[in-house]
Design a protein around this ligand. Structure first.
Ligand SMILES: [Zn+2]
Length: 296
């Protein structure tokens, strides 16, 4: 079996800007870029404004006040975004307004927005030092916060989450949480804990949620998920048996689905008889597409 990444890049991945790390430590150059023809992402708090064609809107960055994050260089221009007064760590499913917009954005705009959203939200929710409690200041073009009181440096969070297709006898194990829309099933997932490898996290989560022992685990593809700062690590694991013992305090249900059922669900969406698949913006959707191609 090929271990190549899926042909499609999961939503929010792919980077249209040069992040130009060397400029982050050069405040004079950043100020010069900002005063020339730099662009500022137009946001209402963390919600993007879209033009009539469903694209992100950019204003002139010159004259903008407050804390600005340097997103990178594109088409010869610097791109910035402003830290809002408040962050929003709600999961994506709790933000209906955002979900409607995500489907309109191009792949490049999704990647730009996702990057901006995640780092801006982190700044808005981390204004005080975790070590001494004093206020912190934006540093390194927005990719760091410094505490002048105790000299601590703080960096934007990235929280790894293992998300896995589990296979046994040609079937796939998928689960649903109580908050999912009716008949929706998706890949099991869980945060990687301190001291765990990705493979350890896959095996632990699947056993905790479904009572299934997993042997071999392989990495497939990853996705940054900016609600607020997850890095989804897509894997394929092989279960040792089809026996299930679902922990309903963790998930509502988990079941094995035959390839035909997965193919029908992915082809028909909510019209499918077997289950409703995850939305196209979720890496679980890409993993299912990849698996169907691998098992064609
Ligand atoms: Zn401090």
């Amino acid at each position: 079996m090929s271990l190549a990444v899926p042909a499609c890049v999961p939503a929010f991945g792919g980077q249209p800007l040069d992040r130009a790390d060397h400029l982050r430590t050069d405040p004079a150059k950043l100020a010069e870029l900002r005063a020339s023809d730099a662009r500022l992402l137009r946001l209402d708090a963390l919600v993007p404004e879209l033009d009539g064609e469903g694209r992100l809107v950019w204003d002139e960055a010159n004259g903008a006040s407050g804390e600005l994050v340097f997103l990178g260089l594109g088409e010869g221009r610097a791109h910035f975004a402003a830290v809002p007064g408040q962050g929003n760590a709600d999961p994506a499913y709790a933000q209906r307004q955002i979900w409607g917009m995500l489907g309109q954005l191009s792949a490049d705009d999704l990647a730009l927005y996702g990057t901006a959203r995640s780092v801006l939200d982190w700044h808005a929710r981390h204004r005080f030092c975790a070590r001494c409690g004093q206020p912190t200041q934006l540093a390194k073009g927005g990719w760091q916060r410094d505490c002048d009181a105790c000299n601590a440096q703080h960096f934007p969070r990235v929280d790894p989450v293992a998300i896995m297709l589990i296979e046994c006898d040609g079937k796939l194990l998928l689960g649903r949480q109580a908050r999912f829309p009716p008949r929706s099933y998706s890949a099991l997932a869980g945060f990687v804990e301190p001291g765990e490898s990705i493979e350890d996290a896959v095996r632990r989560e699947v056993f905790e949620e479904a009572g299934v022992r997993v042997g071999e685990v392989r990495y497939v593809a990853s996705q940054p998920w900016p609600f607020p700062s997850q890095l989804m690590l897509g894997c394929l694991g092989h279960a040792e048996s089809l026996e299930l013992a679902v922990d309903t305090s963790e998930i509502e249900d988990a079941r094995w689905f035959a390839r035909d059922e997965v193919a029908e669900a992915m082809a028909k969406g909510s019209d499918s008889r077997s289950f409703v698949p995850p939305p196209p913006q979720a890496i679980a959707h890409d993993l299912l597409t990849w698996w169907l191609e691998e098992r064609a």
